[in-house]
Design a protein around this ligand. Structure first.
Ligand SMILES: *[C@@H]1O[C@H](CO)[C@@H](O)[C@H](O)[C@H]1NC(C)=O
Ligand SMILES: *[C@@H]1O[C@H](CO)[C@@H](O)[C@H](O)[C@H]1NC(C)=O
Length: 332
């Protein structure tokens, strides 16, 4: 796991892709047996779904390492790595290019038809960087199978005004982010460039509300609001949002906590209209103790085994155990 600790300024959890293949059929079969056993054994951990960030791939070594940590925390966990393509490089490409609504629809279909995930009573989910707001989109729009605990690390829940995520040698990344500057609101860019679909400048909300292909919708910032979105978020046990204290890649970093930053002035989520009017269920979730604001030291995606393990121990694992930890105080 040491490679997770010293990263350059990249949105990726690992700089290099590994050639690691999907879990072998044999392993899948074993996992299937774990789930089947769940019916008479409540100690079976819920499956965990992981969505990687910009420039990463589901086959990346860092993702596989995260999967190993989850397994170490809760032995027998079935871990599913979200992918837009079974080919790792094509999957990585789709973190830059594509229509997020279409990408999310594919992920919803994949999860809903997956033999293990679709038969589990619920799943837990962890999203890294943009994978975090996409998993939130999954909860709001689909949620079949339903998510119990959603954890996001350095995600862009309130959008970005800039991104400094590319290594100088990464032409795929640089090409994508070059497009972001200047052409953000064209339908050409909104339908093709992933980061543009969560671009949000508080100083130009009109353009955002008129043209944003993804974020303005899942944040229910337009009228009328979609009540299903709020209902699904409020139904989570926990939504745990990590912000990296020294994040200079994601601008502003406070987006990890849904904070609004305009001219350096930060409006915390709880002071925002989207919270007061509860556009997406965050206030209802907060009232039952399920909305968690957390920080971790370091630059974007600089994660330690220790922090990850703490999170996996606290929020993932068997159905009943975590339900006890979730501080549910009443029916919604
Ligand atoms: C609200 O979202 C749900 C889930 O994505 C969708 O099925 C429904 O059509 C949406 N409702 C409206 C009014 O857009
Ligand atoms: C993205 O895809 C959805 C679903 O196909 C479509 O409705 C939407 O218009 C597309 N967005 C853009 C900007 O073309």
């Amino acid at each position: 796991m040491h490679s997770l600790r010293a990263l350059p300024l990249l949105a990726t959890l690992t700089q290099f892709l590994s050639a690691t293949a999907e879990p072998a059929a044999q392993q899948q079969q074993q996992q299937q047996q774990h789930i089947l056993a769940a019916e008479d054994n409540d100690d079976t951990p819920l499956p965990v779904v992981i969505w990687h960030g910009l420039g990463d791939s589901y086959t990346a070594e860092g993702m596989q390492q995260v999967g190993s940590l989850i397994e170490a925390s809760n032995p027998g966990t079935f871990v599913y790595f979200v992918r837009l393509d079974s080919d790792g490089e094509a999957d990585r490409r789709s973190t830059f290019y594509g229509n997020v609504t279409e990408q999310l629809a594919k992920v919803c279909a994949d999860l809903a038809s997956h033999p293990i995930l679709s038969t589990a009573p619920a799943i837990d989910a962890v999203g890294f960087s943009q994978g975090g707001q996409f998993l939130r989109g999954y909860v709001e729009r689909c949620n079949v199978p339903p998510v119990r605990n959603l954890v996001t690390f350095g995600s862009q829940h309130n959008g970005i005004v800039d991104y400094r995520a590319c290594a100088s040698s990464d032409w795929l990344c640089r090409g994508a982010l070059a497009l972001l500057h200047g052409n953000t609101w064209t339908s050409f860019v909104q339908s093709r460039l992933v980061p543009a679909q969560y671009f949000r400048d508080p100083a130009d909300l009109d353009s955002y509300l008129a043209h944003s292909n993804f974020l303005a919708d899942i944040n229910n910032e337009r009228g009328p609001k979609n009540a299903t979105y709020a209902h699904h978020i409020a139904a989570l046990d926990n939504f745990v949002m990590y912000m990296f204290e020294d994040d200079t890649t994601v601008i502003p970093k406070e987006t990890g906590w849904f904070e609004d930053v305009e001219d350096g002035k930060i409006t915390p989520l709880r002071a925002r209209k989207m919270y007061e009017e509860d556009w997406i269920g965050l206030r209802a979730l907060d009232r039952k103790g399920g909305l968690k604001f957390k920080t971790t030291p370091g630059e974007h995606m600089q994660l330690s085994d220790r922090v990850l393990t703490e999170v996996f121990n606290e929020f993932f694992g068997p159905y009943k155990v975590s339900s006890k930890k979730s501080n549910v105080v009443g029916e919604l």
